[in-house]
Each structure stands twice: as structure tokens, then as C-alpha cells.
Design a protein around this ligand. Sequence first.
Ligand code: B12
Ligand code: SF4
Length: 516
Amino acid sequence: MRKLRVGIVDLVTRGPTRALYARIMHANLASIMPQVVGVWCEAEGHEVTFVCYTGFEDLVRELPADVDLVFIGAFTEAALLAYSLSNLFRSRGAVTVLGGPHARCYPEDARQYFDYVLGFTDRTVVREILDDCAPHRPDGRHLAAGRQPAALPGVRERWKFIAPTLKKAPLFKIVPMLGSLGCPYTCSFCIDSVVPYQQLDLDVLQEDLRFLRQQLRRPRVGWHDPNFGVRFDEFLDAIEAAAPPGSIDFIAESSLSLLSEPHVIRLKRNGFKALLPGVESWFDLGNKSKTGKVEGHAKVEQVSEHVNMILRHIPYVQTNFVLGLDSDRGPEPFELTKRFVDLTPGAFPGYSLLSAFGRAAPLNLQYQRSDRVLPFPFHFLDNNHAMNVKPQNYSWQEFYDHVIDLTRYTFSRRAIVRRFRATRAPIPRWMNVVRAVSSEGFGRIRYHSEVRRRLDTDPQLRGYFDRATTELPAFYENQVRRDLGPLWHWLPQGALSHDHHAYLKSEAIPIRLERH
Ligand code: B12
Ligand code: SF4
């Protein structure tokens, strides 16, 4: 078998940045799978060059010019960067592979620009590509394992890719780990609602924690489990046995329904320093937040009490909300979130605009069927720079007015100071300030305000939002051009647009055009 020169690129972001938050955090957001693929390729006897792109590197320089095969891992927000890179590498004779959230959500589109596009990826799939390693054009091969892999290489095996990535994180370093895949819950907006829950090998997990304690003085681990702590006691017993309390700090995304006070106390004892529960909505998805049928004001009070309880034990809590859900109408949902900000000053609220990522979730079929999905270029699909679902109960102007008002309220001087005072640990309290004044708080207020202004003054943009035209407003095209920099010239023709009904068409259900 030919020994291949394999390049692996983990795209944490969609283009160059100088933001302070990005400097501190991007290297800490690296994905696990590109590292896994690196381990598998080396185990098959190939030579691997690995780059985690955080927005500060010169990608064209960092990548070897003579690779045979390039794997790129990308979220949808980085799809256009990934497409441009693929085009560049193909021009130099390489074969290209796309994996990750974008490949899972938009395979039909990605096949036009890659030789292979991957869904669930296990070692057999990677081996098949390494054996085949041939151009497949114009349409790439779509390969996927039948289910999530039963086992993945742990930290010890991935360390040679983790260590250089962590070097790029100046302030603190977070090691990505995974204890489970899938989720037993079935929230219809979620990519994992149809993926069965599966725990990974606890022995590997324990060995990794022991290994980490030898490598770093006080390691920090970020769990990438879709819903951490489903088999709570089993998991915590395993962690505790390998990492005695105080030896490792942990961060996890978990649903409020799993975060009862006894569980939170146990998490505290075992070094959990940050938790990211999803609240999502005051009028829907009660099963996630353990609020059942309680809605509106009563839900705000209940959730706030719950989050304040968590904050008594855990220094950093980010509560996630989705803005623009169909269950929302009028100012009330936004006013309730402001009330939550007042009642829960220590929590950092993370806002996402309702987004339908291709075939990510069963609910997206419904949005496509009722013709509510907008064809915003992938570059803007990061839950913030565009909302690609027409809100059910708001005009665009009304909606943006509410979003801006809420964001201003959340990142007002008063709220920042209250958050600072309510947070005792030094890194969390300064992290909250950095997030507020950097790209996330102030940056979004500026961006949303610009979109809102243009809804009144830019007929091209207004027509696009109202779906009177599909011609991309210059406002958006200019941003892509600026963000891609020298790679703009490699963006394949046509890549700025995609078929936003591809999922529906693939299900062979006729499109019913219902305008709202
Ligand atoms: C953990 C997680 C995070 C973590 C870690 C992110 C990271 N870099 O990996 C954090 C909190 C940082 C995060 C941030 C964000 N996230 Co997130 N996140 C998740 C979550 C909960 C789990 C993903 C995971 O790691 N699963 C475990 C892996 C092993 O399984 P998998 O993802 O299914 O991957 C399989 C295949 O896709 C493939 N594969 C995956 N990557 C690669 C790479 C290569 C090279 C190859 C060959 C194969 C391959 O192999 C895997 C095994 O079968 C998912 C939701 C979910 N329930 O899945 C959302 C999800 C991936 N996130 C999402 C989003 C939108 C974001 C943010 C943009 C949110 C925001 N506004 O900040 C940011 C983007 C950050 C970034 N660019 O890195 C979306 C992505 C949609 C899309 N198409 O882009 C998801 C799907 C949630 C959703 N809204 O539906 N996220
Ligand atoms: S609990 Fe979280 S991971 Fe599980 S299906 Fe719901 S949103 Fe997805």
C-alpha cells in the first residue's frame, strides 16, 4: 500500500480574527474528530500533518504543499472557507474529504466541492477512503457508517495533536474529551434527537484522566458529550476514581433536568467549574429544563431559582436560549428573558437565533415544507450572523428590535457589573467581562443594529429577507470576501448559494408553498 501524505485541518472558525475572546478561547474549542482521524491515519501507516485553524494562522502557509489527501472538519459557518481550501488543494493535485457538522447537515451541497463527504465516521470509513484515495468529480462520494463509532481513541492517543493546539491558548487550556454519544431525549430541533445514547468505554476515560494528570499541572477538561451526565452516578464514580477531587477541573453541557441539587453538589466535589444548561424557551421544551408544563413568568422564576442554586456550587454557568421559536409571540418572551437576567445576575446568557441547519433535525423538514427557510450563505449560519428561518409570529423589523433590546439589556453596564459582582472566581468573572465587551456582547449589538438599520434603508437586503429575491445583498457578499481574504479567489463558482430545500427534496415529499 502506498504511504500517503495526509493533511488534517480542524476549522474552529470561518476566517481571520483579532477579537480578544477568539485569542483566549478558539484553541480551546478544537474538535475531537480531526484528532481521531489523525490517529487512525497514522495507525494505517500514513504520514499526518495536523492544523487547528483558530483565525490567527496563515492557513495557506501552514499547510504542506504536497499532500495527497486532505481531511477538513468544519461547522457550517466555516463551510465556504472549507470549500475554498478544498478547491486550492485539488488544484495542487490532492484528494479532499469533508467531515463534521456541515458534512452531516448539507451533504448534497458539499459533494460538489469535495471528493468525499462523510456522515457518521468510524475507522472503517476512514480506511476505505485511504484505500480508495481517488478524485470523485464532479460529485464526491457520500460515505457514512451505519451508526456512531463504538469506540474512539482517547486523549493519550490524540495527545500529539492536542498538545500543539493547546500551545495556542494563552490564558488557560481546555482538553476536549468525550464520554458518550447521542442522547436519550428527543428534542425535535436537535441533531441528536434521533441518535441513540451510547456510553463510551469508561476504562479508556479513566486512563485518559490519569494520563492528563501526568501531562499538565492542573488540567481542564471540556466534555463534548451532547448531554453530559445521563448515566450520572456511573460516570461520576469513574471520574472520581481516576481524578480525585481537586486534581482536574471540568466543563460540561448538561440539561437542567439532570442538574438536581444532589447532582450539582457531586459535580462540585469532582471539580466541575463550568456548566452550560439549555433553557431554550419560556413557552416550549419544558422537558429539557425540568419545568414540565410550567410556562412564562412561572417558568422564569423556577429556572432562575434552579440556576441560582447551581451558581451557589459552580462558579460559571452559561444558560442557552433560542430566540424566535414558533411558540414565541410579542414582547413577552424577550421581557421574560430580561427578567431572568435580573433574577440570575451570575449566569451568562448565550443567545442563538433560530437556525435550521439543513438535515440536522427532523423539525427542519417542517420549516422547509412551509417555505420558511431562507438561503443565507453558509458563512452566516452560526446562530447569530443570520437567522435562516422566517419567524412565525414577528416581522423581521419587530424581531430584530426585540433581539437588539434584549442584547443591550444583557450587556448593559449595569448587567455587566452585576454579573461581575455575582461571580466570585477570578477567571469566570473576567471571562464574563471579556465576552460582554468583545465579539459576543458589544459585537453582536453592533451587528444586529446594522442589519436592523438596513431593513429600513437597503431595499436589496429587505427584498432578500422578504424572499422577494434570492439575489444576495452586497452587504453579505462583502463580508464573505473580507473574511476569506486571499482564499476568496479559491471560492468555487456558485458556492455562495445552496439549495435550501435539499433535505426536503431528498425525502421526496412535494414542496407545499405556504407563505406566512
Ligand atoms: C460539543 C459541541 C460543541 C462544543 C465543541 C465544539 C467542537 N469544536 O467540536 C462547543 C461548545 C465549543 C460548541 C460550539 C459551537 N457549536 Co456546537 N455542538 C456540540 C454538540 C453538542 C456535540 C458535537 C460533538 O462533538 N459530538 C461528538 C462527535 C464525535 O460526534 P458528531 O459531532 O456527531 O461527529 C460525527 C461525524 O460528524 C464525524 N465528524 C465530526 N467531525 C469530523 C471531522 C472530520 C475531519 C471527519 C473526517 C469526520 C468528523 O465523525 C463523528 C463520529 O461519527 C453538537 C450537538 C449534538 N448534539 O451533536 C453541537 C453542534 C455541532 N454545534 C453547533 C453550533 C452551531 C455551534 C456554534 C456555532 C454555536 C455558537 N453560536 O457558538 C459553536 C461553533 C464552535 C466551533 N466552530 O468550533 C451545531 C452545528 C450545526 C452546523 N451544521 O454547523 C450543532 C450540531 C448543534 C445544533 N445547533 O444543531 N459546540
Ligand atoms: S437533551 Fe440536548 S442533546 Fe438531548 S436531544 Fe435535547 S437538545 Fe439534543
